[in-house]
Each structure stands twice: as C-alpha cells, then as structure tokens.
Design a protein around this ligand. Structure first.
Ligand code: ADP
Ligand code: MG
Length: 245
C-alpha cells in the first residue's frame, strides 16, 4: 500500500474454498472502497455465494485472508466472529421477523438509547418511503415493501460493508428497476462498501461501479461495467452477456 493512501474498506486476498476435492472458490482477490459497489457476476454455481459467506464469516476459507480497513479479520488461524465484522447482509430470502412490527424489525440489533434507536428507525423508514408503515407487520406489506424494510434493517447499524446475495431476484420485473435504483441511492448515502452478487448482467450493469466476472470459482475479468461489457475477456464472457440480453 502507498503511504498516505487509505486502505480499501474490504479486501480479500487469494481466497480458496474446497468442497469434495473441488476448488469452488479458486484464488479470488478483490478490494472495495467505501461508497463503491462491486458486483460479483457469474452463472449459477460459479462460487459467488460461497465467496460472500466467507466474507460474512459463516463459512471458513481453506486459505486466503480478509481485511477490513487494512486490518486482518480472518485467515486460516485467526478469525473475528461474524457478529463483530460490522457487515450488513441481504439475501433473496430476506426473512423479516414475522412477529415484530416494521419498526421492531429495523431496530433489531441496534444499540443505544430508546430515543436514538427510534430516530434511526424513523430516518431509514422515511428514506425508503415507508414512514407510514412503521407500526405495520410484515404480512401487511407487499413483497417490494418487505424488501425495502429488509434493506433498512440491514443498514440500521451502519455497517461498514454490505453483502447482498441476489437481493432482487424474488421481486417481479415490474418493481425491480425502481427498487434497484432506490437501493443504490441509499447505499451511496450510507457510504458502505457493497459487494452485490448477481447472475444477471443487466443488474450488474445498472448498479456496479466495478464488475468482477466470475466463472468456475475464478475471477476471469474485472473492471468498469462499460469496459467489461464492451470488451469481454473471452468467448465465454461474450456468450454470458449475450445470453441474457
Ligand atoms: P453460486 O452462488 O455462484 O451459484 P455457490 O457458491 O452457491 O455458487 O456454489 C459453488 C459450488 O459449490 C456449487 O457447485 C455448489 O454446489 C458447491 N457448494 C456450495 N456449498 C457447498 C457445500 N456446503 N458442500 C458442498 N458443495 C457446496
Ligand atoms: Mg448463490
């Protein structure tokens, strides 16, 4: 690292995970700065979720290291537990707590006084246009509204890193573009480093500052969306992009 330059918010170096003798994540390295969205893009089964799970700390790598703000949080002998990594998580199955109100869901896991928590909950719900639903319960909301509550919940503790695994794939097409744009705007405001996993090129093109194209456990190309899209690294990358469009 150069003197005077702040380290990336998240950096992973040479991550490897072997299942049944197969390297499903095979020497993956990348770094993400605060306020930046990197999309890990690739076909089903290429190792995206496993990579994300290792960063979250719910899966152990066989080798490689993970750094947050330049500090080692995990290698093969040292490991900061998941709940102390300041990481927000969002998955396709975002599973709100059904017995808690919208406010209760967003406040879950927040620390501080009652007033502080309430203020943060109100701020975020207003930001996702759900201020009027603060006392509703999840079953009273549409899928898109539930998704926005899940986003507010994940961002409430001000995570330094947001990991999102196909968070929009359960939504119907009609809603998806709007929610993608709103989500992106909020992520930028909150200034987390975002790693968004998707198998849809269109989603990566829309949301990413940088795309890391993954195949067979490896990152085969990395760069700005326009560059990756217009200059795919190889024929398989061309096929992957053209399949969807
Ligand atoms: P993606 O998210 O890109 O679809 P995954 O990371 O879920 O891919 O999976 C990558 C590969 O690793 C797949 O072949 C999957 O079957 C395999 N895999 C994932 N988790 C396990 C596990 N716990 N045990 C054995 N194989 C696994
Ligand atoms: Mg997956």
């Amino acid at each position: 690292m150069n003197a005077g330059q702040t380290p990336p918010r998240l950096e992973i170096r040479n991550l490897v995970r072997v299942f049944d003798g197969r390297r499903v994540v095979d020497d993956v390295s990348l770094h993400i700065r605060a306020g930046q969205v990197t999309c890990l893009l690739g076909p089903s089964g290429c190792g995206k979720s496993t990579t994300l799970r290792m960063i979250a700390g719910v899966e152990m790598q066989d080798s490689g290291e993970i750094y947050v703000d330049g500090k080692l949080i995990c290698d093969t002998v040292f490991r900061v537990p998941p709940e102390r990594r300041a990481i927000g998580l969002m998955f396709q199955d975002f599973a709100l707590f059904p017995h808690l109100s919208v406010a209760g869901n967003v406040a879950f896991g927040l620390k501080g006084s009652r007033e502080e928590k309430r203020a943060r909950v109100e701020e975020l719900l207003a930001r996702v246009s759900l201020g009027g639903h603060i006392d509703s319960y999840p079953h009273q909301l549409s899928g898109g509204e539930q998704q926005r509550v899940a986003l507010a919940r994940a961002l409430a503790p001000r995570p330094r890193i947001m990991l999102m695994d196909e968070p929009f794939s359960g939504l119907d097409n009609r809603l998806r573009d709007g929610i993608r744009d709103d989500t992106l705007a909020l992520l930028k405001e909150e200034d987390a480093a975002v790693l968004l996993v998707t198998h849809e090129p269109e989603e990566a093109m829309r949301m990413a500052d940088e795309i890391a194209l993954m195949r067979g456990g490896r990152i085969v190309q990395q760069g700005a969306p326009y560059n990756v899209y217009t200059r795919p690294a190889d024929r398989a990358a061309v096929a992957f992009f053209s399949d969807i469009n």
